[in-house]
Write a protein that binds this ligand. Structure first.
Ligand SMILES: Nc1ncnc2c1ncn2[C@@H]1O[C@H](COP(=O)(O)OP(=O)(O)OP(=O)(O)O)[C@@H](O)[C@H]1O
Length: 354
């Protein structure tokens, strides 16, 4: 698959990143702080373990996340996703590297500042909802505000608002065990949103839910993201979930970042065989945009065909392309950047046939 011909700057705005991670390592084990920067750090995981009894759970990872971006961390079990994300809030202490949250170095935060950041700037949603069983839904949602010392009337007002937002109006007085798994996770989402955090962290929040409910909840996250526009860091081992939710995806393997890219980049230009295997079964027409299938404009191209934006997904372009006698013109920022003809579209569709 050719590289897209033009860069997409949608996500990477010129503003300060919400999160900037640089050369982050987490090594577990005895004398873990003696590994980074030595030849031992280059050893494959199994050899490092055999020689030093240490595990490099996160290896030299760097990335930035733009404000309001949904950034997904994906990888197989044991690849280091949870450790990486826990390092970002110092639930796990990084071994080396830096983590800046809106420019603030959180590795330098003292315990008081850290507590403050966790109460005011971050919120977490976990797989096992972590709800308080003896408290009503309303109190569970209001919990973060209670910890912050917000007065009862105000926190109930806010919790009521959030219950509406997550589709649980009418359930304020229920207890968690009276709700289905999906609804309990909505309470978890509501509790996270109630404190109006700057960054929401999700650690495999939907893995325990059955597939239909899981899809519902993914839609819910997309809808909430659209409404509240928070920066979200989302861990999953499910590629389809990653592709649906992520503006960009970080793919991890054995603690290292194998690829960081938009869904269409991961599917259109997998960095190696590991990623290629991951994406082999993804219906390409659902993910690739027409910039991935367009060809350069030729002098003799008829220019009376329809026009489509370069970010239109192939699946949504099929009808326009196939029903037009002339090739479709692909435009980006008002400039003609390529052409798409029937053949290019059909190649993607036919490749998906079982
Ligand atoms: N506290 C710890 N002490 C020692 N090793 C650890 C610790 N926590 C994690 N590890 C190891 O670090 C590696 C990465 O684990 P991590 O839980 O971050 O992976 P993961 O991708 O989140 O996996 P899963 O999807 O199964 O949760 C694993 O080899 C794990 O055994």
């Amino acid at each position: 698959m050719p590289e897209p011909l033009i860069a997409d700057e949608r996500v990477q705005a010129a503003t300060e990143p919400a999160l900037a991670v640089s050369q982050l390592w987490k090594v577990f084990g005895p004398r873990a702080d003696r590994i980074v920067g030595t030849p031992l750090a280059e050893l494959p995981r199994a050899e490092l373990l055999a020689q030093t009894a240490c595990v490099a759970a996160v290896r030299d990872i760097s990335f930035t996340v733009a404000p309001t971006e949904v950034f997904v961390v994906m990888g197989l079990s044991g690849s280091g996703k949870s450790t990486l994300v826990r390092c970002l809030t110092r639930l796990v202490e990084p071994t080396s590297g830096s983590v800046l949250i809106e420019g603030e170095d959180i590795r330098g935060a003292d315990p008081r500042r850290l507590r403050d950041l966790r109460r005011h700037r971050f919120a977490m949603v976990f797989q096992h909802f972590g709800l308080l069983p003896h408290r009503r839904v309303l109190d569970n949602v209001a919990y973060g505000l209670e910890i912050r010392g917000v007065a009862k009337t105000e926190r109930y007002r806010r919790a009521g608002e959030v219950l509406d937002l997550v589709g649980l109006s009418g359930y304020a007085d229920h207890f968690p065990d009276q709700l289905s798994g999906g609804m309990q996770q909505r309470v978890g989402l509501g509790r996270a949103l109630a404190v109006d955090p700057q960054i929401l962290f999700f650690d495999e929040p939907f893995s325990a839910l059955d597939p239909l409910i899981r899809r519902d909840m993914q839609n819910e996250v997309l809808r909430l993201h659209h409404e509240v526009g928070k920066t979200m860091i989302f861990i999953t081992h499910d590629l389809h979930e990653a592709l649906r939710l992520g503006d960009r995806i970080l793919i991890m393997r054995d603690g290292a970042a194998v690829q960081i890219g938009r869904p269409d980049e991961v599917v259109g230009a997998p960095a190696d065989d590991y990623v290629r295997d991951f994406v082999a079964d993804v219906p390409k027409s659902h993910v690739l945009t027409i910039r991935w299938v367009m060809r350069p404009v030729r002098d003799d191209d008829p220019l009376d065909g329809p026009e489509l934006g370069a970010d239109v997904v192939v699946r949504d372009a099929v009808r326009a392309v196939l029903s037009s006698a002339a090739p479709v013109k692909v435009v980006h920022d008002g400039v003609l950047v390529g052409m798409v003809d029937d053949e290019a579209i059909l190649r993607v569709i036919v490749a998906e046939e079982p």
